[in-house]
Design a protein around this ligand. Structure first.
Ligand code: ARG
Length: 463
């Protein structure tokens, strides 16, 4: 039985079945069957050009690989017990289909450069798919931000009411985070786009294959420069896991905000039934499970990221089997993130908002800073103005009345600088619109943000 294995030549004893199972990655790396076939097709053409296989042999191998792919495509590929991973499985099947010529395919190649190539091909396709989903989510943010630009709400720091802001400003704040996420992804995309095939097991390829044209054939932008590095470089996996964790963290914070805003205590929003669930015990309950899961999944993704970093840190030079741990992390994070973004998009596009409740949550003391700015505009240094405004707040507290009920006399008792125009500062719209310097919550600034984010989104292109 050991003779059936790709590496069986030197072995006499059988593999312990427990070890066999422990060692196998076929159950998850079969997901890369397409990339594995694609890499093999390009490779056989490369070795044909240097005479390692004849033109006829090349054609035979290519047509055999196509049959292998067809079997995977229509679910007919049968995984055998001896198939350790996708690479051994495909080659075993190729040999069954076309005979001994199949044994020439692996000339100069190792599963070490093969697996790295497969994974890079896989990720090169996966990233734009995720990117497109992020773009969808951002479009929903932008659409809502435009439509709901006049809705005001309390802005919070330390979860305490701070200053009035536009609801759109809150929405867009997550848009900018996601823009950075897409930018990070584009950076990763260039690093993924490096051909490692042609590195052999570790020392390189002893035959004069043309790696540049192999790279072009497989759609890679460059060729890796050092075979020792190439076979064990999993930076792209670690980066991907971090990238997803960061994006997951942004969406987790977004979810946390909305969980709070959807509680009765806030009452700013309600989730569509499609994204909520009930309680098996309490009939009145409507829970934001979608958002809680989004928040929870961020932990799962970062778990994979930190776990894989731990795996990497002790790996000595070149390929070691520890690296096989890369795939489950990569696939699980991809699946998790895809679900997270899709659900987030669903939640946001069906969310109902209550502008009146948001407005009711605005209270006059949130304009205490405006009193200070009022005095600043009259020439008083900000620190002093801040103190005087604080005295107004204290006075209102002492009188047990809202800040906005203080009379002109009350204000004048704090500072002679106050004149009757102080009584017209109790206007939230006016307050918000003083923040019109770009980046602020004023209407002009928010409109400019929307335009900028939208045109950035429209020009976005993936490599
Ligand atoms: N299944 C292996 C992996 O995923 C492929 C590479 C195996 N290489 C080796 N020398 N055993 O990492």
């Amino acid at each position: 039985m050991e003779k059936q294995k790709l590496w069986g030549g030197r072995f006499t004893g059988a593999t312990d079945p427990v070890m066999e199972k422990f060692n196998a990655s076929i159950h998850y790396d079969k997901r890369m069957w397409r990339e594995d076939v694609q890499g093999s097709k390009a490779y056989v053409k490369a070795i044909q050009k240097v005479g390692l296989v004849t033109e006829d042999e090349c054609k035979l191998i290519l047509s055999g690989l196509e049959k292998v792919a067809d079997e995977w495509e229509c679910g007919k590929f049968e995984i055998k017990e001896t198939d350790e991973d996708i690479h051994t499985a495909n080659e075993r099947r190729l040999k069954e289909l076309i005979g001994i010529t199949a044994s020439k395919l692996h000339t100069g190649r190792s599963r070490n450069d093969q697996v790295s190539t497969d994974m890079r091909l896989w990720m090169k396709n996966a990233l734009p798919e995720l990117g497109a989903e992020v773009q969808n989510f951002m479009s929903v943010i932008i659409t809502r931000a435009k439509q709901e630009i006049d809705v005001l709400m309390p802005g919070y720091t330390h979860l305490q009411r701070a200053q009035p802001i536009r609801w759109s400003h809150w929405l867009l704040s997550y848009g900018w985070m996601l823009k950075r996420d897409i930018e990070r992804m584009l950076g990763l995309q260039t690093r993924v786009s490096s051909l490692t095939l042609g590195s052999g097991a570790l020392a390189g390829n002893p035959f004069p294959i043309d790696r540049k044209s192999l790279a072009t054939d497989l759609g890679f932008m460059e060729v890796s420069g050092n075979s020792l590095d190439a076979v064990s470089d999993r930076d792209f996996v670690a980066e991907f896991l971090f990238w997803a964790s960061m994006l997951g963290t942004h969406l987790s914070r977004w979810a946390e905000d909305l969980i709070l805003y959807s509680s009765k205590e806030f009452g700013f929003v309600t989730l569509a039934d499609a994204y909520s669930t009930g309680s098996s015990l309490m009939p009145q309950k409507k829970n934001a499970d979608s958002l809680e899961l989004i928040r929870g999944k961020a932990g799962r993704m970062f778990g994979h990221c930190s776990g894989f970093m731990m795996t990497l840190k002790g790996v000595p030079s070149t390929y070691n089997k520890d690296l096989q741990e890369d795939k489950e992390a990569m696939f699980d994070v991809y699946d998790t993130l895809l679900g997270v973004i899709k659900v987030a998009t669903g939640v946001l596009s069906t969310l109902k908002i209550y502008g009146d409740k948001m407005r009711q949550a605005l209270s006059p003391e949130m304009l205490a800073t405006d009193i200070a700015y009022y005095l600043v505009r009259k020439g008083i240094p900000f620190r002093e103005a801040h103190g005087l405004s604080g005295m107004c707040v204290a006075l209102a507290e002492k009188k047990q009345c809202p800040l906005s009920s203080l009379s002109l006399e009350d204000f004048k008792s704090v500072s002679e600088e106050f004149t009757d125009d102080i009584l017209s500062i109790w206007n939230y719209e006016m307050s918000v619109d003083q923040y019109n310097v770009y980046g602020g919550t004023g209407k002009e600034s928010v409109t400019a943000q929307i335009e900028n984010l939208q045109s950035w989104l429209e020009q976005l292109q993936y490599r």
